[in-house]
Write a protein that binds this ligand. Sequence first.
Ligand code: TYM
Length: 329
Amino acid sequence: METVVSGIRPTGNLHLGNYFGAMKNFLKMQQENNCYFFIADYHSLTTHPTPADLHGSVKQVLAEYLACGLDPEIATIYLQSDVPEVTELYLLLNMNAYIGELERTTSFKDKVRKQPENVNAGLLTYPVLMAADIIIHNAAKVPVGKDQEQNLEMARKFARRFNNIYKVDYFREPQPYNFGEALIKIPGLDGTGKMGKSEGNGIFLVDNEKQIKKKVMRAVTDSGPTEMNAEMPEPIQNLFTLMNVVSEQSTIDFFKEKYAKCEIRYGDLKKQLAEDINMFVAPIREKINDIKANDDYLRKVAKEGAEKARESAIKTVKEVREIIGFKPF
Ligand code: TYM
């Protein structure tokens, strides 16, 4: 059994990108591994949520995790902020993280460009906190989407560097848990880029049939292929990428053939895609609302999860402190 760690920032409802990037095959994953799934609420502070928004989003993501099939009896589900040992490990790892390498990470450079008014130190050291989240349980595998590839690479680097500095073989280098496939990027419906929480291009697990249909029907397309077997432009490829994760293979083949023969009608493709997405999210959507209404259950899950996660975290931090040389007199 391998240890798997997975985190999601609570900054709104979960979307199909989160699901297929990090949560696909939850059931299998939790049965075959020792899973720690947490809500990265410290990480979400980089965008300065209000206290009410923070609490609301944490509750939402917790309910969504559970609705997707995470079983608190098998996996450990917790809030990052309930495990203070993470912040100690973060501090210790920060001593070996260099400003230059942090400034060069793509996600940091992106944030500097997108929110120049709020380039805080938490953003710069974001990959260090993420490394702490992962190696605090000495995880072997981390399910992430393509967008987190670099952060995971940095986690490996910090783990390796710690081992090198202290001449120990203590931390494992965490690898992506990619279900035997390449890391996935679920595109948004706006033609380019990835589906994101704040990009306004996402389909959420809580979206109802009408909302899904409206979003899909509005997705960017073009005027259609004019040559047989033409290569697909990005917005069209994106629709097929979404189909790949929610539709039957025969449906995908049918529309691919229509495209190749220049007979495709995007309206039909979108209608089918919307239906398939709805089929996929409907059972999850129903469960989210039920679970969210049950505060006692959520409280119990978070409390028990925190206890289990702390057990593992306390052990790691104790050993790390010893390796570093903190010793009682
Ligand atoms: P976050 O909250 O942005 O996303 C959570 C997970 O969803 C994946 N994801 C996607 N995958 C494919 N296509 C997309 N369009 C898409 N959008 C999001 C992300 O890759 C991620 O796996 N830094 C992390 C949270 C985190 C974490 C960790 C993850 C903090 N500590 C430790 C794993 C381990 C983040 O912001 O993810």
